[in-house]
Design a protein around this ligand. Structure first.
Ligand code: ASP
Ligand code: MG
Length: 413
């Protein structure tokens, strides 16, 4: 069971979480619980560091951030003790999570859950501080590292895989995975089941329910994940291998993402090596480039447009300005008032016509498409940010996402 930051924000919520855990244990489960830091703790710790220096040491920052999850894990353990449930909190390192040692965005290198197993055998509920692990070095050299924002999801899935858990439940402040953001599309429907690949695309394209890497890890290790509300007792959404994938004939969900900026390089010399000269340095600096469009060349030059996360625009401009001069481009323009809207569904690979319907729907409400990218199960459009909500509602209606697929309805009996 993993509880997110909003589920453990404050003493009352922690006590409620403890009651939920106690109920589950009384029903006969052996439980490992992973917690995020309370509420906005991680942001507050980051702000505190930023108030000290604008360039905090990455090692110290990770030690600092890891304390957020350590706080909540101890408090949940105490709340269980108060209910007479035997429990123990463990840091990520004590739980046996080792990482590749990259500060701020470490990847899990291994999980050695001997201590967890021993505590379970002793009849305890084990509460693990999420979002952290220890670099795989000799003990006296081992370093605390964090797994990137939202990393407690990854902790939970990695532990579920290592312990061969029956299920990995992600308790959060929404009831599950929806066909679109219900705050924008009022008739958005909660999905009972979604396949790993579809969930990864949704998460990648902006749905904020789960960290992308956690879904990926679940997919690789075949962990059945359930996303459900920590405030209500209702079935959530299961993320698992989708047996109906071949029969899918509908779009499953929409995602939108406002953390996008567009960069256009104008008058780029049309010759080999230029794209590498632009994208190589961005990659070296860790800037993830997403949608890329290069126009057909005219008179020896061409234009290249691409998108990056909006939060990295300043960094990208800093990197590109000298390159623009060196390689003799005529101009670089940027636009941070754009957003991505995507339709996702395994059905997209099974039948034609999705792109036409998507573009036609956007045209019918007068929304201009600036860029397009696709995968086998996804079509993404880049549009003006101030039209996003309208686009989501129009597409939700056009693809009748409020209605279950025929195969789903049949499977549900
Ligand atoms: N506390 C960390 C964050 O806010 C990790 C997590 O919540 O999963 O990103
Ligand atoms: Mg969080």
């Amino acid at each position: 069971m993993k509880f997110g930051g909003s589920s453990v924000a404050g003493a009352e919520r922690i006590k409620r979480v403890a009651r939920r855990i106690a109920r589950e244990r009384a029903a006969g489960s052996n439980l490992v619980v992973v917690v995020s830091a309370m509420g906005d703790t991680t942001d507050e710790l980051l702000a505190l560091a930023a108030a000290i220096t604008d360039d905090p040491d990455t090692r110290e920052l990770d030690v600092l951030l890891a304390t957020g999850e350590q706080q909540s894990s101890t408090l949940v353990s105490m709340a269980l003790h108060a209910l007479s449930v035997p429990a123990i909190s463990l840091t990520g390192a004590q739980a046996g999570i080792t990482t590749d040692g990259t500060y701020g965005k470490a990847r899990i290198a291994g999980v050695a859950p001997a201590r967890i197993r021993a505590e379970l055998d002793a009849g305890k509920v084990v509460i693990v501080a999420g979002f952290q692990g220890q670099s795989a070095k000799a003990l006296e050299l081992a370093e605390t590292t964090t797994l990137g924002r939202g990393g407690s999801d990854t902790t939970a899935v990695a532990l579920a895989a290592a312990l061969e858990a029956d299920r990995c439940q992600i308790f959060t402040d929404v009831k599950g995975v929806y066909t679109a953001d219900p705050r924008i599309a009022p008739d958005a429907r909660q999905l009972p089941v979604i396949g790993y690949e579809e969930m990864m695309e949704l998460a990648h394209q902006g749905a904020q329910v789960m960290q992308v890497r956690a879904v990926e890890l679940g997919w690789v290790n075949d962990v059945v994940i359930e996303v459900l509300s920590s405030f209500e007792d209702a079935p959530g959404t299961l993320i698992k291998e989708d047996p109906l994938v071949e029969q899918r004939n509908k779009v499953r969900g929409l995602a939108h993402d406002r953390n996008v900026a567009k960069i256009t390089l104008v008058g780029v010399p049309d010759k080999p090596g230029v794209a590498q000269g632009v994208f190589g340095p961005l990659a070296d600096a860790g800037v993830v480039v997403d949608v890329i469009v290069q126009n057909v060349g005219h008179g020896g030059t061409t234009d290249i447009s691409f998108t990056i996360p909006r939060v990295e625009l300043a960094k990208a401009k800093r990197i590109l300005e000298p390159i623009v001069r060196e390689l003799g481009f005529s101009d670089m323009t940027t636009d941070s008032s754009v957003a991505k809207v995507s339709i996702i569904g395994a059905g997209i690979q099974n039948a034609p016509g999705y792109a036409a319907r998507m573009f036609g729907t956007l045209a019918s409400v007068g929304i201009n498409i600036e860029m397009i990218s696709t995968s086998e199960i996804r079509i993404t459009t880049l549009i003006a940010e101030d039209r996003v909500e309208e686009a989501v509602r129009a597409l939700h209606a056009a693809f009748a996402l409020e209605q279950p697929e025929a195969v789903e309805a049949a499977a549900a009996g």
